[in-house]
Design a protein around this ligand. Structure first.
Ligand code: ASP
Length: 589
């Protein structure tokens, strides 16, 4: 028997019991005649003690153990004389009577403790060591439980878990595909799914009217800290539903997950249209942990002789509460430089400070105190507040102000850990005009339905009309992160063809790429819609973390490399030949 108990289990109630524990040596300390060993496994850390006076041979053996050796100890549980209140097992220790080394270990390349000194790539190369650390173990356990709770909720709501293939034909979700050459079909390729979108729609045609899958998706994009080339979605689809049914079902799922996993009652989710989100927060995924919504000042700020505002398409601002007295000139200068950084790109920052001793503003020359007081009223500003105002091209200015709002939220501590603010953003545009390419893109994906009332305009309208079409598409946003997104789908062949047409597919192209779906729509496709949640991101957001990497057992780095197995890598010439691939690329070129 390797163990009678695990390393996180023993308490005062076990005192006097003979036990066997196995685990890794976290740390060893020699104190005079005693040697202490911290023994670690997935469940916790237990202290083992060796006494020189009582058993010198055993004690000397213990002193030879290095960090991360795998050992087994037999001994008696006894009360500790100096207790460690920060550890659940901190009241007891094991008085060791036998020690067995199960395996030795080289000195690890970084410390395996809650806070480690290892850089990202090193930790990924030795992922098995990184995964021994408690914070990562907790993340992986959290993820496993989140998947279980998801299955539980969806199962109780009659959803069926169905696997869809990984070797498919490209599904357009807006990213590049990863492709896999087919040996049996020379010169042809599979694509790895960017999502199971078309399959889940086909399942609705098949009558399996509530589908879900916790599924890997693959997108060949440039990577950021919160993106991975392969990531996991909770992918769902329902038939015979309106938008309301979907929002309610999945609001229920999100509430269930937050309640059972972290004990948070999210309350009912507010809803906001895409247009409102952009005009109030400059973003389609606003962080609602704090308000600071936009107020547009065109009517009051233009035409008073301040050229910068006069020539701007939009003058818009936010109000930061209660910082006018404490925010120094240096702070204002830093903030101005911050918005002028190329990543933000504002030309300048106008402020209006409402202080005890009067109003101070960068534009005081152009506007009277009365006028500036009237601006304040539009924001509901009081003494002690500061308005920050940007101007210029409307779209760009909104984006810049959105960044500034978030920066202030961070600086002023308004995004509190443990605070969760969900939001449904609805009524996204159906199509996005790409000026450079001179064509429309689907804002969500090509299978998304326009709002019913917009269908006649879609079928008969001119080019400009198409830009104003609204879709039955929605995103679930929590604390400024897009957690999920989906839409009601087109289930009518004609309308789907029209959409492909608008997106620049010729009849032949549409038929070649999506003939199977269009065909299925001719055999009784029910009205349907769905959603997909970013599973990795949900894990991170629920834990108040920004990077999804630490919730993935084996993530890839920013270059899409798996540092542990060293992939991607070359393949043998034989394999290349078999796959009918010719090498046109030489390393280093
Ligand atoms: N397939 C979509 C996505 O991956 C989600 C959906 O429309 O259900 O974003």
């Amino acid at each position: 028997m390797y163990r009678s108990h695990n390393c996180g289990e023993l308490r005062m109630a076990h005192i006097g019991q003979k036990v066997t524990l196995s685990g890794w040596v976290q740390k060893a300390r020699d104190l005079g005649g005693l040697t202490f060993l911290d023994l670690r496994d997935r469940y916790g850390i237990t202290q083992a003690v060796f006494n020189m006076d009582e058993n010198a041979e055993l004690c000397l053996e213990a002193r030879k153990l290095g960090r991360e050796f795998v050992v087994q100890v037999d001994g008696i549980v006894r009360e500790r004389s100096s207790k460690n209140a920060s550890r659940p097992t901190g009241d007891i220790e094991i008085e060791v009577s036998a020690l067995k080394v199960l395996n030795q270990a080289k000195t690890p390349p970084f410390t395996i403790e809650d806070d480690t000194d290892g850089g990202d790539d090193l930790r990924m190369k030795y992922r098995y060591l990184d995964l021994r650390r408690t914070p990562l173990q907790n993340n992986i356990l959290f993820r496993s439980k989140l998947a279980l709770e998801t299955r539980k909720y969806l199962n109780e709501s009659q959803f069926v878990e169905i696997e869809t293939p990984f070797l498919i034909k490209s599904t357009p979700e807006g990213a590049r595909d990863f492709v896999v050459p087919s040996r049996l079909n020379p010169g042809e390729f599979y694509a790895l799914p960017q999502s199971p979108q078309t399959f889940k729609q086909i399942l609705m045609v098949a009558g399996l009217d509530r589908y879900f899958q916790i599924v890997k998706c693959f997108r060949d994009e440039d990577l950021r800290a919160d993106r991975q080339p392969e990531f996991t979605q909770i992918d769902c689809e329902m038939a015979f539903v309106h938008i309301e049914d979907i929002l309610n079902t999945f609001e229920g799922l999100a509430k269930h997950l937050f309640q059972t996993m972290i004990g948070k009652d999210l309350g009912d989710f507010p809803r906001m249209t895409y247009d409102e989100a952009l005009s109030k927060y400059g973003s389609d995924k606003p962080d609602l942990r704090f308000d600071m919504s936009f107020v547009e000042l065109n009517d009051v700020a233009k035409g008073k002789g301040f050229g910068v505002f006069d020539s701007a398409e939009l003058v818009v601002g936010i109000c930061a509460k209660g910082i006018a007295e404490s925010y120094s000139n240096k702070d204002l200068k830093d903030l101005t430089e911050w918005v002028q950084r190329p990543q933000i790109g504002a030309k300048g920052l106008v402020y209006v400070k409402y202080q005890k001793d009067g109003i101070k503003s960068t534009v005081g020359k152009f506007y009277s105190d009365d006028e500036l007081n009237d601006w304040g009223k539009l924001f509901g500003a009081e003494e002690g507040d500061i308005l920050f105002i940007l101007s210029g091209d409307a779209e760009k200015t909104r984006k810049q102000l959105s960044e500034l709002r978030l920066e202030l939220g961070r600086k002023l501590g308004l995004m509190k850990a443990g605070d969760f603010k969900p939001l449904w953003v609805i009524n996204f545009p159906l199509l996005e005009w790409d000026e450079e390419a001179g064509r429309f893109h689907a804002m969500h994906h090509p299978f998304t339905s326009p709002k019913i009332e917009d269908i006649p305009r879609m079928l008969n309208g001119d080019h400009e009309t198409m830009k104003s079409l609204r879709a039955d598409a929605y995103d679930l946003v929590i604390n400024g992160s897009e957690i999920g997104g989906g839409s009601i789908r087109i289930h009518d062949r004609e309308l789907q063809s029209k959409n492909f047409d608008l997106l620049g597919f010729s009849k032949e192209e549409a038929e070649a790429q999506f003939g199977f779906l269009l065909g299925a729509f001719e055999f009784g496709a029910p009205p349907h819609g769905g959603i997909a949640f970013g599973f990795d991101r949900l894990c991170a957001v629920m834990n108040g973390q920004s990077s999804i990497r630490d919730f993935i057992a084996f993530p890839k780095n920013n270059m899409g490399r798996d540092m542990m197995i060293d992939a991607p890598s070359d393949i043998h010439d034989v394999q290349m030949k078999e796959l009918n691939l010719k090498s046109t690329y030489t390393k280093g070129n």
